[in-house]
Design a protein around this ligand. Structure first.
Ligand SMILES: Cc1cc2nc3c(=O)[nH]c(=O)nc-3n(C[C@H](O)[C@H](O)[C@H](O)COP(=O)(O)OP(=O)(O)OC[C@H]3O[C@@H](n4cnc5c(N)ncnc54)[C@H](O)[C@@H]3O)c2cc1C
Length: 226
C-alpha cells in the first residue's frame, strides 16, 4: 500500500475520485463455527468451482489453518464483498448424486464415508458424512438424503469473516477511478501532466500475469505520451 497510498493522496489533492482500495487475490479467513472444520482439513486440496454472484472460477482450492486459499479462492476474492457468501463446488466436474446412487445400486453395504471418499478426499469425505448421516449404509439412504449429501459437496455456501488482508494480498482492488484518466495516455483529465499507472489505478487483473501486464502496458502508454 506504500506507493499506492502515496498516489491516492496525490490523486485526491487534484480532486480525482479514488475508489476505496481493498486487498484482492487474497485467501479468505473464517470464524466460528466454520473455522474449526476448515482448519481440521488443512492441507487438503480439491478441484473446485468458487462462485460469487454470476462470476465463478474453476481452479484448485486449498484448506488451511486460517481458512480457504488456492487459485479458486484468490480469484473469487476479487469479486467478494465483506458480508457476502461464496458458493463452493468441491468436486467440480463430478455428479455426486449420480455416483452415490450408482454405488447404492451396486454396493449398498458401503458406508457413507467410504462412498464419499470415492468422490472427494478422504478427510473431507469423513467430515461431510459426520455432518449428514454418519456411518449409514448407502442402502439405507433415500434419494432425497443422497441429494442432500451431494449438495454438501457441490453447493457448499460459506460466509468468510474477512481476508488475510494486505499481508498476503497479491493486488489492490480499487484505486484511482479509471473515469478520471485518459484510456490512451493515463493522463488525469482534470490535471494535465499528471499520470497514474499500474497498481494504484482501479484495474484488477486475474491471476496469471495480468496485473504485471497492466502495470507494464499502462506505464508504456503513459511513457509514450510524456
Ligand atoms: C506476493 C505477490 C505476488 C504477485 N504475483 C503476481 C503475478 O504472478 N503476476 C502478476 O501479474 N502480478 C502479480 N502480483 C502483482 C504485481 O506485483 C503488481 O500488480 C505490480 O507489481 C504493480 O506494479 P506497479 O509498478 O504499479 O507497483 P509496484 O510494483 O508496487 O511498484 C511501486 C514502486 O514504487 C516504489 N515506491 C513506493 N513509495 C514510493 C515513494 N513515495 N516514492 C518513490 N517510489 C516509491 C516502491 O518501492 C516500488 O518499487 C503479485 C503481487 C504480490 C504482492
Amino acid at each position: 500500500m506504500g506507493a499506492t497510498g502515496f498516489a491516492y493522496d496525490i490523486a485526491r489533492q487534484f480532486g480525482l475520485n479514488v475508489i476505496e482500495p481493498r486487498p484482492a487475490l487474497v485467501p479468505f479467513t473464517f470464524t466460528d463455527p466454520l473455522i474449526a472444520p476448515i482448519a481440521e482439513l488443512a492441507g487438503v486440496s480439491v478441484d473446485a468451482r468458487a462462485s460469487c454472484g454470476k462470476t465463478s472460477f474453476d481452479e484448485a482450492m486449498l484448506f488451511t489453518h486460517r481458512g480457504l486459499s488456492g487459485p479458486a479462492i484468490l480469484q473469487i476474492s476479487s469479486f467478494w464483498k465483506p458480508g457476502g457468501e461464496v458458493l463452493l463446488d468441491t468436486a467440480r466436474g463430478q455428479d455426486a448424486f449420480a455416483r452415490l446412487k450408482a454405488l447404492r445400486a451396486e454396493r449398498g453395504k458401503l458406508t457413507l464415508p467410504i462412498a464419499l471418499a470415492m468422490i472427494v478426499p478422504k478427510r473431507l469425505a469423513a467430515q461431510i458424512a459426520a455432518r449428514t448421516h454418519g456411518d449409514a449404509r448407502l442402502a439405507d439412504l433415500s434419494d432425497a438424503k443422497l441429494q442432500a449429501v451431494a449438495a454438501e459437496i457441490h453447493a457448499w455456501r460459506v460466509k468468510p469473516n474477512g481476508t488475510e488482508g494486505w499481508r498476503t494480498a497479491e493486488v489492490t482492488a480499487g484505486g484511482v477511478d479509471t473515469d478520471e484518466l485518459s484510456s490512451q495516455t493515463m493522463e488525469a483529465r482534470k490535471a494535465p501532466g499528471l499520470y497514474f499507472i499500474g497498481e494504484c489505478v482501479d484495474v484488477t487483473g486475474w491471476l496469471g500475469g495480468y496485473n504485471f501486464q497492466w502495470a507494464w502496458s499502462s506505464g508504456w502508454a503513459a511513457g509514450q505520451a510524456v
